[in-house]
Each structure stands twice: as C-alpha cells, then as structure tokens.
Design a protein around this ligand. Sequence first.
Ligand code: SF4
Length: 291
Amino acid sequence: MAVIEIEAKTILATIHEPDGIFGIQYNMNLYRGCQHQCIYCDSRSQCYGIENFNDILVKRNALELLDRELARKRVKGVVGTGSMNDPYMPVEKHYNLTGQALKLIARRGFGVHINTKSDLVLRDLDTLREISRVHASVCLSISTTDDDLSRMIEPGAPPVSRRFAAIQALAEQGIAAGVCMMPVLPFLEDTVENIIALVERAAENGAGFIIPWFGMSLRDRQRAYYYEQLDRLFPGFREKYERAFGERYGCPARESNHLAEVFYKQCAQHGLETRVPPYRPQQEPKQYSLF
Ligand code: SF4
C-alpha cells in the first residue's frame, strides 16, 4: 500500500438532487483509495476509475481549494464526506486533512455530515461542537454487532465495539450521531437476530438514528474482489451468491421485507429515527422599518 501525494483540480462537488436521507448539499473527498479495505467496498467498481484501490492518494492542495470554493458558494449548506473513502482512515492521523477541513467549514458557516468507520472522529469533537451550531451529524457505519466478523470484512477499520463507543462519546457532547447500517451482507449479516441486536446496541449507546439498506450492490471489479475474499474467509459462500444473484447489481438481503418490518418496529420502540436530522438553514435577521 503506497501513500502518494497528488494535486487536485477541485474539491467540492454540488449535489443537485439531495437524497433526503443524508441531507447534504455538497460533497468532498480529501483522499482517493481507502485503508479500511472493506471486502465489499463499492469504490472498487470500474466506473470510479480508481485503478489501484490499495494506493492512498492524498490531495495535498485540498485545504486551499476547499477554502476558496466555500468562499465562492452563494448558498450555505451541509458538506458531506465519507462516500468514496473514509475521512478518518489511519493516514488521516498524519495528514489531518479532515480535521483542518472541518475548521474551514466551521469558519465559513457551513454544516457537515460525516460517514466513517473510525473513532478517530473523536479527535475533532471540539470542532464538531462548533459546527453543530449550524449542523453537524456523524454516521458510524456498522452492519454487525460482532467484532470478529467486522475484523474479517473490514480489516483496516476499528472493530464495531469502538464505533459504538464513538457514537456514545459524540452523543454525550450533543452531536447528532447514529448508524449507517449498510450494506447488510446477504448470508452473513441478514438475520433478524443481528438486526435486533444492532438496533438495541445503537440505542444503548445514545444513537439518534439508523439508516438502513437491506442488501448490497455488486459489479465488475468490486464483485471479483468480494468473491476472492469470500473464497478465502467464508468457503462455500461465493457459490451461494452466484446461485442467488448471478451477475445482478442489486443483491437484496434474504427476506428483506421481513427484516425491514422488524427493523422499523424496533427503531420505533427505541425512539430511533431512520434518517439524519435535517439541516435547518438559519434565517438572516430581517430589517424592519419603523414607518
Ligand atoms: S470504509 Fe468505506 S470507502 Fe473505505 S473501504 Fe470501507 S466501504 Fe470502502
């Protein structure tokens, strides 16, 4: 795994059709490639053009670009990060690009939404608290409560017990924190017991929301890599996938409707939302004339 510094041309993408779940208006990726090396990662797909997902490309001019691009935005909003790589992968300890980007976001009056699998996010608690006056939300990506399974399928990321602890620490500081329960891997994680345990654990640790997706997607290079890892870690499972899904992109969990029913019922019982709290832009104070 090599770490290579590169020059980026732009850093902030505008989301033209917000999904209504994460509530972001802008997106940034400070790195390319991801050290967490989840065996199912969609970023390996050919369409993203990342030839060697093991190499970590660091956008060394990212902060300069971000500050300039934020200053030019006429509409304030929530900046998302963590869609194509993890903003808190180990290399971030050295480069601190995410930490410094958050400081720029705070200074420019934008909100932030972070997706991560790492408790390194706690390093930036003070900045997140500052941003939370506008909007700060953090999703810890968790699809099992079993540390051993998470170490197998997400070998470069902290185990799930540390991610639950991070949710608790964030929630205690008043940051909107929750779980991104995706993907739920068919045949490995798609049981009622796993879904119930996950919702209960999230609630115990102070999560405010869980965003679910009952299944996974698989295509080209991503599928080839995933199947290689299934052969190595879970012999016989590749054949189950091939029989169930063939070459299909969408690979739903077994009995996904039933799992969804159980999930929504459990969330309602524990008072958990199933979307990130919405961003509410602050109104500029109105000037009233006395006459
Ligand atoms: S943390 Fe996210 S981006 Fe990184 S390897 Fe895992 S799924 Fe991919």
